[in-house]
Design a protein around this ligand. Structure first.
Ligand code: CAA
Length: 258
């Protein structure tokens, strides 16, 4: 499928979705977010896809929601459209693992999009920020909630209240990103991580994703119960039999996503 604001390639069972509005530093307008929702749904359904990567350009993952598109809107319009609600849902509804590969600016909605993915690998040039306060607004794609859960209240307040940017080293130190790599290696490293995930059973990967994501939604007791039931349930899968047999027979497992 051809998109106006995205470039999508599938290679070695990994879908690479590249945000592509270079003139606006990949600012997230409704066309881009609508297309991203469609591309994620398509990748989720496609048996040839086992992992998804979302990336931007070297200069910007995404510099936030499109300010030009929002500037003239009023409350009634924003509320009436439930602006960003469907798009935010589409990202978290995706069941296959999503890696955000971030280089350059990941600001406002860009930072929030990266945080809505399952984990973030960033380049040493990455800059994260929630500068909405400078525009007289607050984050609208989950920033106040996700950043706080990821890095704690103090740093989240600092980021949201001062609007300052965080560099890659700080992002790694505070647990916002899983790894930092040299800018020139970002896509190679993200694809390597994607390929590693693509080797696993998709069924198991989706269960792992559900369990880890659950830790942000519920209490420790409920979360561990959810995990234990998922652990029990996977013993009904062929992939559990295959994974354990392969270990015992000292061979590589052949998962069939069943
Ligand atoms: N929306 C629309 N256009 C944007 C944009 C955005 N968020 N960010 C950058 N652009 C556009 C600029 O307007 C400019 O276009 P023109 O050439 O047509 O003027 C082009 O991208 C290049 O940007 P700059 O000239 O500003 O580039 P720079 O290198 O000097 O600065 C930057 C880069 C620091 C990222 C700066 O562009 C910037 O501060 N951008 C806005 C960041 C921001 O405030 N993001 C939050 C948006 S609100 C939000 O996201 C709400 C939410 O939570 C959902």
């Amino acid at each position: 499928m051809a998109y106006e604001t995205l470039i999508v390639e599938i290679e070695d069972n990994v879908a690479l979705i590249r945000l592509n509005r270079p003139d606006a530093l990949n600012a997230l307008n409704s066309t881009l977010l609508g297309e991203l929702s469609k591309a994620l749904a398509a990748a989720d359904k496609d048996d040839a896809v086992r992992c998804i990567i979302i990336t931007g350009s070297e200069k910007a993952f995404a510099a936030g929601a499109d300010i030009k598109e929002m500037a003239e809107k009023g409350f009634v319009e924003m509320f009436g459209e439930d602006f960003f609600a469907a798009e935010a849902e589409a990202i978290i509804r995706t069941r296959k693992p999503i890696i955000a590969a971030v280089s350059g600016y990941a600001l406002g909605g860009g930072c929030e999009l990266a945080m809505a993915c399952d984990f973030i690998i960033c380049s040493d040039t990455a800059k994260f920020g929630q500068p909405e306060i400078n525009l007289g607004i607050v984050a609208g794609l989950g920033g106040t909630q996700r950043l706080t859960r990821f890095v704690g209240k103090s740093k989240s307040m600092d980021m949201h209240l001062t609007g300052r940017f965080m560099d890659a080293a700080e992002a790694e130190r505070c647990g916002l990103v899983s790894r930092v790599v040299p800018a020139k290696d970002l896509l190679t490293e993200a694809k390597k991580a994607g390929a590693k995930i693509a080797e696993k059973s998709v069924l198991t990967a989706m269960v792992v994703k559900e369990c880890v994501s659950r830790s942000y939604e519920t209490t420790l007791r409920e979360g561990t119960l959810f995990e234990r039931r998922a652990f029990h349930a996977l013993f009904a899968s062929e992939d559990q039999k295959e994974g354990m047999a392969a270990f015992l027979e000292k061979r590589t497992p052949q998962f069939r996503d069943k």
